[in-house]
Structures are given as structure tokens and as C-alpha cells.
Ligand binder design. Structure first.
Ligand code: 3H9
Length: 696
């Protein structure tokens, strides 16, 4: 047996199998081999039961992603899992950290399961374009029932230990230190004379409604649009209720292989693999010392500031909220308290947790009170003069080692840093709204930001649960800069003949979470309107923003005012097409001498997606993003790009860069629009026959 990754010892009557395969005890080949050998040893010794437990920060977090795409070496995971389930003595799995994917499948084959309270349990394979391939689709419904199994597997979202206990996924929540509590539990089972309890012998109840599975597919239609794995999962769960595990697993294997060999799985695994790379910056050594962050001040208690403060407080970081007047502070705190109350009502947090988060808040209207904080995150109005004034004051008020971060979605962070005497301590932080929900964070490295400050902020971002992508300064950074061209094409498609509904459904059917026109209505059309005026662009002076300017001036601001590009039902908020907008589009098109015509779905998709790709390539060439995968991570986590297409840069490779260049050139010659000039990087790579992902 490979002693270093799997160890076996007999302690009293208990055989203890300990897995130690940092960082996340993934089921690499030596772990599978070690587990098999340990079971063989336990089969013939004096043990009465076996405990499977992990060292380090987590139980098994799944199959080993570094083995993806390689020829699997025996023993294969389904065989190891079968050996656990058919073991002649009771097997107990003790979980902590994350029991995910193959890890939870191992636990499902054990006869008894216990977990410490902070454990997360899940089958996230669907996020990798896969389905649980080691019996999970057949065992989970037998343990938790059809509905909960479907929810867990089609969403990929983990559940916590208390929910797992309610569902019967674990038998006990352990208190105290993991190993001691797990051994006590296993010894108690031995003392009770507990017997083996193979999961495969259990039967999942058949749902009463005859159209149950059709209804379920309908329910998940929007979230799983375009993906193949969720449909297979539903089919396999249904199978688990009417067949034995051997037959069920045979079909599971076939479906797993179909998923594994699909382009979707390659795309999603590409994203997954490079997701871990985003926190590693090519030019900053990973051992760069980081600065201590014991407390943070957030300037501005509005929607953004409040959301950012909640992320910090939830991660246990004391936060001082700073406002100009007590009444603004009170209002901000009121909203925060309301948000926590809603979360408690929805079961996201317990009252005790919410209370402990709230205890991390304090407030002030006096900058002198933040003299000793380690980090300040400014979240005031998006206006350069206001921000510069705040930064000059912060520079005076805060200790020299304090990091000063500005939350901005497009402003020049170098200019803001220039308002201080410590530009090396200034960094940008583009949070996405709502900040306490959205995971993406663009960390903007200004010209003089020190590596230590960048590293510290990236670590802080991870601590507060963000997916942080480091970017450089330019208007709109990565995400919004690319969005500008994408949004422009959407507007031009409207003028040239498409309706809002046609543009939105083309993009949604292609896989985007929402169409661009509906996103505009959701965000509020006044935001773009204000930003254009801030940039000195006169209302209705630009072809592609004339329609939006006109709508705002008609007080059609989007969902919040009940109408924008669409009308919204005041009760249901359901959107309806509005003939008045159709006529308005005709008028605007006539003003700009645009002849309206029929646009196909394909044309709409091609123009919008190609504009993302071309701008993304320009961003790479300018060094605004360090890697193509960073751009993909931004688009998947902040802009609703379909994960199964891998992100705009990965998708460009699947089209082939020479095809991309040809299409751009064709658009350029048919429209004469400079936006279609192919980025030199695309031409260079296409000529060399290399994909964008070769730059990762
Ligand atoms: C599966 O199981 C399929 C089966 O059904 C098929 C059966 C046939 N393997 O995120 P972190 C590394 S599919 C290898 O910063 P955290 C990661 O690269 C799999 N390595 O930590 C990083 O390395 P480094 C289903 C892995 O504490 C380090 O761990 N499983 C794996 O914030 C730390 O990562 C999943 O989808 C892996 N599977 O979060 C779980 N996972 O330090 C995926 C991580 O060198 N993993 N690493 O950069 C996660 O969600 C998070 O990593 C986890 C820990 C929540 C576990």
C-alpha cells in the first residue's frame, strides 16, 4: 500500500483507513489503490468495523482533476466503491470540509455516514459537463429520495450537514474534534451490533405524479438550457426507482462516457481547471508576503457599500461603515439588517449566524475613526471628482500601510491613485451587483500598485468568497469593456430590423443567461445614460445610443420604472413586448437613415459573440488580462456566458481562429465598421495555426 496517501491501522476493534492526499484528498490513482489494499487488509484482521476518514482540510473533494483527459488506471473508482459497499463488515465514512463528487459517492457506498457541522456535501459533476459516474445517480435517490437527489445533481450545489441530516444523507452530526468523535461513533455502532447496510439494497419511492419527470425537466429548463448532463441525470434517477443497481450503473456508465466525450465537458473542464489559475499571477511569486488584514472600512453605505460590507462581515472581518451623515448610516444599516432577516427567513443563515455577522459591523461619520484599519474599500458615487476627493481625505486619515481600494466599474484607477501620496497602496476592486451575491471581482492593478498589495487583496477576495481575477487599468476593465461592443451590436441589430424580443431570444437560445436588451432593462437604462453624459457625449448624438437616450428621456428607465425596452406587469414583473417601442425603433432608424430588414438568429448571435471575441483578443494583446482563461472566468461568472461553451476565448478556439478572422474580415468589408478590424493577435495566432488557449 502507498503509505503516504492511505494508511490503515487497527485500533481496538476498529479498522481505521486514513486518506492523506493534499490539498483536497482527491481520488488520484494512489488513493484508489490504497483504499483497495486497506480494505483487503481489514477483511482479514480482527476489526469489527471500518472507518474511512481524511486528514487535512477536507474529506475527499472528488476525482482528481489532474487525471482528467488521461487514460484511467485501475483500480477504477466504481470498482473501489463497489468493494466498499459489499464489504463484509460495517463501513463508516466520517466527513469534514467538502465531500464532493467521487468523494460523496465513496461516502454513499459506506454503510453509515457522519459529518462535522461545517461539512458541505454535493455532487457538482454537472458543473464539469458530467454526471456522477461512480454510482451516485443510483445511490443518492435511494438515500435521500428522488426530489432531493434531482435537486442536488442537476444544480451541482452542495448542501450543509444539517440539511444532510434532515434528508438522511448522514446519520449523525459529530460534535468536537473530528477523529475522536468519529471513532466514538463507530465504536458505538460496533457496541450496538450494527450490521452492514448496503445502499444498493434500498429502494427509492416512485413519485406519485405520472408526469413528474416531465414537470421536473420543465422546472430546470432555463438553468440547464443547452446542456446534456441534466437530462441524463433525470433519466438515471428515474431508472434508479425501477431497476437494480447493476443495471442502473451500466446505463450510468454509458451516459457518463457520452458526457465525458462531449465538447461541453471539454469546455466546462477547461474553465474548471483554469479557475484555480486565476489566483496565481504570472509576475508575482506565490510566496510574496501578504499584509495583515484585521479590519476594513467601507466608505459609503449605499447598495454597493452595504453589499461589500456584508461579504466582509460574513467572513468574520470587522467592518467600519463610513458615511457623511448619521441618517445615511442608519439607512444603510437598516437595509443590511433587513437583508440578514430575509436570509434567516429563507433558511440561508441561522439567527445566531446572522447575529454574529451583525456583531462585526460598526459605523462612523468621522474619518478619524478609521485611522488604524488595514484596508479601506471606497464605494461612493461613480464620479472621478468625488472619488479623488475621498482618496485625498483617506490618504490623510489612514495609517501609511493601509491599502486603499476603489470600487469602480470603469474609472481610471491610476488617476484616483494620483490623488494620494501612496499610489503603491491603491488598487481597484470592481464588485458586481448585488455585491453580497455575485461572486466575481475584478481586482484592478494600477500602474504603481505594489505586488504585495495585489497579493493581499487577492487573498482577501478569496477569504470573502469572491472569484477574483486580476486585471489592468482601461475603461471598463475586462468585463465592461467587452460588454460595450456587445451591447453596441445589440443596439445596431435593433435599428437594422430586429425586435428586442428577437435579440434577447437569439442570445438566450444560444445559451446566455439573459439577452442584452433585457439586461439593460434590469440594470436600469439611466446608468448608461448618465455615464454617456459624464463622458461628454450629447444625448441622441450617437446612432447606437439614440434609442436608449430617448427611452430614458421618456422616463422609461427599465424594470424599476415599469417600462424600458419592454413593458413590465406591475404584479408579476413579467415582460411584454411594447408596440410603442417598435414604432420608436422605426423612427430612430429613419433618423439615422438605417434601412430595416429581417435579421436571422444566426446573424444576431454571430455579431454579438464575434464582438466579444475581437475585444477580448485586444484586451489580451494589451496585457489588460494576463490569460485568455481569465477573460473566460470573468464572462462566466459576471455576465451569464454559458459555461458549457467555455467562455468567449475558449469558444473562439472551438470555432477556429482562422474562421473567426475570416468572419470578422467579411463583416468589416460588408459594413465598413472599424469595430470588425480583426485584432492583430487573432491574425497572428490564426496564421501560426495556434489557438488562443495556447496563451494560458
Ligand atoms: C468527480 O468527482 C467525478 C466522479 O463522479 C467521476 C467518477 C468516475 N482534484 O479551491 P481551492 C486543488 S468530478 C485535484 O483553492 P478551497 C486546486 O487545484 C470532481 N486537485 O481550495 C488547488 O490547488 P493549488 C468533483 C484539486 O479550500 C487546491 O486544490 N469535485 C481538486 O477554497 C485548493 O483549491 C469538484 O468539483 C480536485 N478535484 O476549496 C470539487 N479540487 O493550491 C472541486 C481542488 O495548487 N474543488 N483541487 O492551486 C472545489 O470545489 C474546491 O477546490 C474545494 C476546496 C471546495 C474542494
Amino acid at each position: 500500500m502507498n503509505k503516504s496517501v492511505v494508511n490503515y491501522q487497527l485500533q481496538d476493534q476498529l479498522g481505521i483507513i486514513t486518506i492523506n492526499n493534499p490539498p483536497v484528498n482527491a481520488l488520484s490513482h494512489p488513493v484508489r489503490a490504497g483504499l483497495t489494499e486497506a480494505l483487503e487488509q481489514a477483511a482479514s484482521d480482527a476489526s469489527s468495523a471500518v472507518l474511512i476518514i481524511c486528514e487535512g482540510r477536507t474529506f475527499i473533494a472528488g476525482a482528481d482533476i489532474t487525471e482528467f483527459g488521461k487514460t484511467p488506471q485501475p483500480p477504477h473508482l466504481p470498482d473501489v466503491i463497489e468493494a466498499i459497499e459489499s464489504f463484509s463488515k460495517p463501513v463508516v465514512a466520517a466527513l469534514h470540509g467538502n465531500a464532493l463528487g467521487g468523494g460523496l459517492e465513496v461516502a454513499l457506498a459506506a454503510h453509515y455516514r457522519c459529518a462535522i457541522a461545517s461539512t458541505k456535501l454535493g455532487l457538482p459533476e454537472v458543473k464539469l459537463g458530467l454526471l456522477p459516474g461512480a454510482g451516485g445517480t443510483q445511490r443518492l435517490p435511494r438515500v435521500v429520495g428522488v426530489e432531493a437527489a434531482l435537486d442536488m445533481m442537476t444544480s451541482g450545489a452542495p448542501i450543509n450537514a444539517s440539511k444532510a441530516l434532515d434528508l438522511g444523507l448522514i446519520d449523525k452530526v459529530l460534535e468536537g474534534e473530528l477523529e475522536t468523535a468519529a471513532i466514538d461513533y463507530a465504536m458505538a455502532l460496533i457496541a450496538e451490533g450494527a450490521t452492514v447496510r448496503p445502499t444498493s439494497h434500498r429502494v427509492a419511492a416512485v413519485p406519485e405524479a405520472s408526469d413528474y419527470y416531465d414537470q421536473y425537466l420543465k422546472k430546470i429548463e432555463r438553468k440547464s438550457r443547452g446542456q446534456i448532463a441534466p437530462g441524463y441525470i433525470v433519466e438515471l434517477v428515474e431508472l434508479s426507482t425501477r431497476t437494480d443497481i447493476t443495471a442502473g450503473q451500466a446505463v450510468e456508465r454509458e451516459r457518463f462516457m457520452a458526457c465525458r466525450n462531449s465538447p461541453q465537458a471539454s469546455a466546462m473542464q477547461h474553465v474548471f481547471f483554469f479557475y484555480f489559475a486565476t489566483s496565481k499571477l504570472p509576475d508575482i511569486p506565490s510566496d510574496t508576503p501578504i499584509l495583515p488584514v484585521e479590519s476594513v472600512a467601507v466608505i459609503g453605505a449605499g447598495t454597493m457599500g452595504g453589499g461589500i460590507a456584508m461579504c466582509l462581515a460574513n467572513a468574520g472581518v470587522p467592518v467600519i461603515l463610513v458615511e457623511t451623515k448619521q441618517e445615511f448610516l442608519d439607512r444603510g444599516m437598516g437595509v443590511i439588517k433587513g437583508n440578514y432577516a430575509t436570509s434567516v427567513k429563507r433558511g440561508r443563515f441561522s439567527q445566531a449566524q446572522a447575529d454574529s455577522f451583525l456583531a462585526n459591523f460598526s459605523g462612523t461619520t468621522n474619518y478619524a475613526d478609521i485611522a488604524n484599519v488595514d484596508v479601506v474599500i471606497e464605494a461612493v458615487f461613480e464620479n472621478m471628482d468625488v472619488k479623488k476627493e475621498v482618496f485625498a481625505k483617506l490618504d490623510q486619515a489612514c495609517k501609511p500601510s493601509c491599502i486603499l481600494a476603489t470600487n469602480t466599474s470603469y474609472l481610471d484607477v491610476d488617476e484616483i491613485a494620483g490623488a494620494t501620496n501612496r499610489p503603491e497602496q491603491v488598487i481597484g476592486a470592481h464588485f458586481f451587483s448585488p455585491a453580497n451575491v455575485m461572486k466575481l471581482l475584478e481586482v484592478v492593478r494600477a500602474a504603481k500598485t505594489s505586488p504585495q498589495v495585489v497579493q493581499t487583496f487577492m487573498k482577501l477576495a478569496k477569504k470573502i468568497g469572491k472569484i477574483a481575477v486580476a486585471v489592468r487599468v482601461c475603461n471598463g476593465f475586462v468585463g465592461n469593456r467587452m460588454l460595450k461592443g456587445y451591447g453596441r451590436q445589440a443596439q445596431l441589430c435593433l435599428l437594422e430590423g430586429a425586435s428586442p424580443e428577437q435579440v434577447d431570444s437569439a442570445m438566450q437560445d444560444w445559451g446566455m443567461a439573459m439577452g442584452p436588451i433585457a439586461v439593460g432593462d434590469l440594470a436600469g437604462l439611466d446608468i448608461g445614460y448618465r455615464s454617456r453624459r459624464d463622458q461628454g457625449i450629447e444625448s441622441r448624438s450617437v446612432k447606437e445610443s439614440t434609442l436608449a437616450d430617448t427611452l430614458v428621456e421618456m422616463e422609461r428607465l427599465g424594470q424599476k420604472s415599469g417600462s424600458g425596452y419592454y413593458r413590465y406587469d406591475p404584479e408579476t414583473r413579467q415582460r411584454q413586448n411594447d408596440p410603442a417601442v417598435e414604432s420608436l425603433i422605426d423612427e430612430v432608424a429613419a433618423t439615422w437613415n438605417v434601412e430595416r430588414r429581417e435579421l436571422s438568429k444566426d446573424e444576431i448571435v454571430e455579431r454579438l459573440v464575434l464582438s466579444l471575441i475581437n475585444e477580448g483578443a485586444a484586451i489580451l494583446q494589451e496585457g489588460i488580462a494576463a490569460r485568455p482563461s481569465d477573460i473566460d472566468i470573468v464572462y462566466l461568472n459576471g455576465y451569464g456566458f454559458p459555461a458549457w461553451r467555455g467562455g468567449p476565448m475558449f469558444y473562439a478556439d472551438t470555432l477556429g481562429l482562422s474562421v473567426v478572422v475570416e468572419k470578422l474580415q467579411a463583416l468589416q468589408s460588408s459594413t465598413g465598421d472599424a469595430c470588425w478590424t480583426p485584432s492583430p493577435l487573432l491574425i497572428e495566432l490564426a496564421e501560426a495555426g495556434k489557438p488562443l488557449t495556447s496563451l494560458n
